[in-house]
Design a protein around this ligand. Structure first.
Ligand SMILES: N[C@@H](CCC[C@H](N)C(=O)O)C(=O)O
Length: 289
């Protein structure tokens, strides 16, 4: 079992090449592989497969919109073994991996996800560093809700970027007070509003075209970055200022990305790093099934 390890602004992933879908990617295998003591350690897994092969194997009930059988498909799993619809940082790492390994020779192609096909532009991709823009598609406003963190209530907007987010702009926050927040425990949220759980972003308002953001991810915990979360954050920050389009630089603990919103759609541009590749021990892997 070959693997690569990579990250997008320090949101890290184990990449498992499995074009013909021969691996049983069970929840125990995902959790063990993502465990930072028992396994390789990661926020999530990116299985690299052909969309048609995933459908034939029954991993996908049907091909999502904008995805065809021959497209590469990012079969994303959270560190706790749950399946998520989309991962913005993951798509950048996925596209970088495909280009740097030669599995894909084009600079512009579609990456399939459970939230639909995501067109990408690979601006650069060597063996270790890449830069990718992802067309994230339609961003949907779900209405207002609130999160509770460390006993404090943060008002925000529910935003669907293929997966669910609650993005909370707090005009009193500074980069320093944001970094002092205790995000160890999962934020409280309204389960009636978010029946499938939610990713929660806390952020400053826009200053000089940029916001600072932290995130607590569904199925993972606090991460150093979340690509779909940065799109939700940029959307909420623009709304906070009465705008529905524009470009926002989003600073997260793991780096910076750029989100552009226009006509209810978003693009996400940012870096990708591939740090290692190798093979898993067969006995260890097979013992996890
Ligand atoms: N880190 C990802 C999002 C991964 C999925 C998320 N935890 C969920 O369950 O929706 C990103 O970069 O978007």
């Amino acid at each position: 079992m070959d693997f690569s390890k990579g990250h997008g602004t320090e949101n890290d992933f184990v990449v498992l090449p499995d074009p013909d879908v021969r691996i049983d990617l069970s929840a125990p295998r995902v959790t063990a592989l993502c465990d930072r003591r028992r396994g390789l350690g990661a926020d999530g897994i990116l299985r690299v497969a052909k969309a048609g092969a995933l459908a034939a194997a029954g991993v996908l009930a049907e091909l999502p919109d904008g995805t065809s059988e021959d497209d590469w498909f990012m079969d994303y799993r959270n560190a706790d073994g749950s399946i998520a619809e989309m991962c913005g940082n993951g798509v950048r790492v996925f596209a970088h991996y495909l280009r740097s390994t030669g599995l894909e020779t084009r600079d512009e192609f579609v990456v399939g996800s459970r939230a639909g096909g995501k067109p990408v532009i690979v601006h650069s991709a060597d063996g270790s560093v890449g830069e990718v823009t992802v067309d994230m598609g339609v961003v949907r406003d779900l209405g207002t809700s609130a999160a509770t963190i460390d006993g404090k209530v943060f008002n925000g907007i529910g935003i669907d970027v293929g997966n669910p987010h609650l993005a909370c702009v707090d005009a009193h926050l500074t980069a320093a007070s944001l970094s002092a927040l205790d995000l160890t425990a999962a934020p409280g949220f309204d389960p009636g509003f978010f029946p499938h759980g939610v990713n929660v972003e806390i952020l400053t308002r826009i200053d000089s075209g940029a916001v600072d953001m932290r995130v607590h991810e569904r199925g993972v915990g606090e991460t150093r970055s979340c690509g779909t979360g940065t799109v939700a954050a940029a959307t909420a920050a623009l709304r906070f200022d009465g705008a529905d389009s524009g470009e926002v630089n989003v600073r997260i603990p793991g780096g910076q990305v750029t989100v552009a919103l226009s006509g209810g759609r978003a693009t996400l541009r940012g870096p990708s790093v591939l740090v290692a590749s190798g093979s898993l021990d067969d006995n260890w892997w097979n013992g996890l099934a």
